[in-house]
Ligand binder design. Structure first.
Ligand code: NI
Length: 128
């Protein structure tokens, strides 16, 4: 598995993007609306590192609860997998709890993603 991006929760995606740009990050594409998860998403890149800004766009967004706890903060690392089903099975057999079903991510070319929780390191995302 290779690191694909760091997911970063933000309350106001435009304002947050402007702050990242001041630090030298470059936008990768436009804001994508994920209607399934009810979030707005924008990727930015600096020095080869990719940050994904995630902001709820409805009260029942998948991150509405998280943003109350974390406010503006990183909250997951996404790992790209060349053996998605095998890696998912291995992780769930080794202390990771799958918290949703694999589903297409519109912001990443509709590639399948799934989220998992580990009691010792928090949330990760697996990308096919
Ligand atoms: Ni992500």
């Amino acid at each position: 598995m290779k690191i694909h991006h760091v997911g970063y929760l933000v309350k106001k995606i435009d304002k947050a993007a402007e702050e990242f740009e001041k630090l030298g990050y470059i936008r990768r594409g436009d804001i994508t609306v994920d209607t399934y998860r009810k979030v707005d998403i924008l990727f930015l890149e600096k020095d080869g590192y990719v940050v994904e800004l995630v902001s709820p766009n409805a009260p029942d967004s998948v991150v509405s609860g998280l943003i109350k706890t974390y406010k503006n903060a990183p909250y997951h690392i996404c790992y790209e997998s060349t053996a998605f089903r095998e890696d998912l099975e291995r992780l769930t057999q080794n202390g990771y709890v799958q918290i949703d079903q694999p589903a297409p991510a519109p912001a990443i070319g509709n590639r399948e993603v799934v989220f998992l929780l580990n009691s010792r390191l928090g949330m990760i995302e697996l990308l096919s």
